[in-house]
Design a protein around this ligand. Structure first.
Ligand code: UD1
Ligand code: MG
Length: 468
């Protein structure tokens, strides 16, 4: 995720990691814990796991607290390594809560990272760990130098040497000198032995009442430990996300990077600045996408497939040569080779379009298989249905799949023809090679090779006028 080239130094065997993720994220003004706020439809914390996971194997703990149940639900496999911080009274307190697990694991050093750094990359962390080891640091942390240091913790240096980190709201120029532009990125590496002695010395801030992890830096300097500030320039990938503005800044950086990756890989992306593609989507070279457009989750787009503007796809597979016209919405659906979808189609979970089938304008499908070459081209709802190959479903056809309590299946055989404006009251089957007359309400099965008609017979009566 970063421009820094990967370092190939092997992972030091003694490193574990802690992600701090218990905070509320007050500045997001949201009911969702901040680390679950989405970046390209993935929770922020997931990106941190992606970067940190390969560095520390299973020695990875997450400090959770605010709405911990939501984090458990979002990351069910990780729950066993969650450490609960019942009151979120600061990052230093969060570290104290995690410390018994670190001691029990018998590791020598620990990487600690704020859970609100979604753009951090494994390569940057690897370089940081190597540099910390080289510096023989008891405490190391990453610094950035920003034109606008905003609300980030200020790094105070004396004679070029690290002296302390002071939180922005507590920075007193009379005491520390003019505001520095060097800030704390919230990524630390602690030697376990030395830090075990420092942790009980942390105290609450007189200003906020919180216990700060950043006070360990000043304490370390006082105790004459080796404290090392690892400078990473102005790399915006390392910035923490605390506000909606910061979230969209990070999301935009990641979006642009992912779109660029696909373009370079041979995907034709028109209006690329308006295309949003999540990190798990695979697109084959030769596919074509026109923005504005969104592709999230585990999408797959095959060679020669085309997606027109104003479409949103989530976990959709679209095989080679398939075409999606504008204004479609598709989720957990499969679109086979050379299919045509839309404009204005909605494919809900379980919609499966086999090769060469068509779903046209204002067609909605849910848990429905549209067999090879079958067509449903206008104004239809197909739910819990199985449509055989080569069938034609006329305009306005509706499967009445829900009786108020349960859902029922509709089966349409191969090469059947369903006339326009038909209501198929499920459970019901229309056999292969059968016909249904337009405007029918079909409540009984129509066997293979039959015609089903269920509508009032038309009467034609002579018109009677007054005064005649
Ligand atoms: C923190 C740093 C600041 C740094 C910035 C970088 C402190 C005191 N300040 O500030 O120096 O410049 O990150 O982005 O650490 N959390 C807990 N438990 C708590 C409080 C917070 O687990 O009791 C977690 C949060 O979920 C979050 C992380 O710790 O993921 C950082 O907390 P946050 O409130 O975002 O700290 P900042 O104000 O950004
Ligand atoms: Mg933060």
């Amino acid at each position: 995720m970063s421009g820094t080239p990967p370092s190939h130094s092997p992972r030091p065997p003694d490193t574990g990691a802690i992600i701090l993720a218990a905070g509320k994220g007050t500045r997001m003004y949201s009911d969702i814990p901040k680390v679950l706020q989405r970046i390209l439809e993935e929770p922020m914390l997931r990106y941190v796991y992606d970067a940190v996971g390969p560095l520390c194997g299973n020695r990875l703990w997450t400090v959770v607290g605010h709405k911990a149940e939501m984090l458990r639900a979002a990351f069910p496999g990780r729950e066993k390594d969650f450490i609960f911080q019942e009151r979120q009274i600061g990052t230093g307190h969060a570290l104290q809560r995690a410390w018994p697990a670190v001691l029990a694991a018998g590791i020598e050093r620990i990487l600690v990272i704020n859970g609100d750094s979604p753009l951090i990359s494994e390569a940057v962390l690897r370089n940081f760990l190597s540099a910390s080891a080289e510096a023989k640091a008891d405490i190391a942390f990453v610094t950035l130098t920003l034109t606008d240091p905003g609300a980030y913790g200020r790094l105070v240096r004396r004679g070029g040497r690290v002296a302390a980190i002071v939180e922005a709201k507590e920075y007193d120029p009379a005491r520390y000198g003019p505001q520095p532009r060097e800030i704390n990125a919230g990524i630390y590496c602690f030697a376990v032995g030395a830090t075990t002695r420092l942790l009980p010395m942390l105290s609450e801030s007189g200003v906020s009442g919180e216990v700060y992890i950043t006070d360990l830096i000043g304490l370390g300097v006082e105790q004459q430990l080796t404290v090392y500030g690892h400078m990473c320039g102005d790399d915006a990938d390392l910035l923490g996300v605390n506000t909606p503005e910061e979230l969209t800044r990070s999301e935009e950086r990641l979006r642009a990077r992912l779109v660029r990756k696909h373009l370079r890989n041979g995907v034709l992306i028109r209006a690329p600045q308006s295309v949003r593609i999540g990190p798990d989507t695979r697109i084959e070279p030769g596919a074509e996408i026109t923005g504005p457009c969104e592709l999230y989750g585990k999408c797959f787009i095959g060679r020669g497939a085309r997606i027109a503007s104003h479409c949103r796809l989530a976990s959709v597979t679209m095989e080679a040569g398939a075409v999606m016209h504008s204004f479609c919405h598709a989720q957990d659906a499969h679109i086979g080779r050379n299919c045509i979808v839309g404009p204005y189609a909605r494919l809900r979970p379980g919609a499966v379009m086999e090769e060469n089938s068509h779903a046209g304008n204002f067609v909605e499908m849910k848990k429905t298989r549209l067999g090879k070459g079958a067509k449903v081209n206008h104004l239809s709802y197909l739910g819990d249905a199985d449509v055989g190959a080569g069938s034609n479903v006329g305009a306005g056809t509706i499967t009445c799949n829900y009786d108020g309590k349960n859902k029922h299946l509709t089966r349409i055989g191969e090469r059947a023809f369903i006339g326009s404006n038909t209501a198929l009251v499920a459970p019901v089957t229309v056999g292969a090679d059968s016909l249904v007359g337009a405007g029918s309400v079909i409540t009984k099965d129509v066997p293979d090779n039959h015609l089903g008609v269920a509508r009032a017979r038309q009467k034609v009566l002579a018109r009677v006028r007054k005064n005649e």
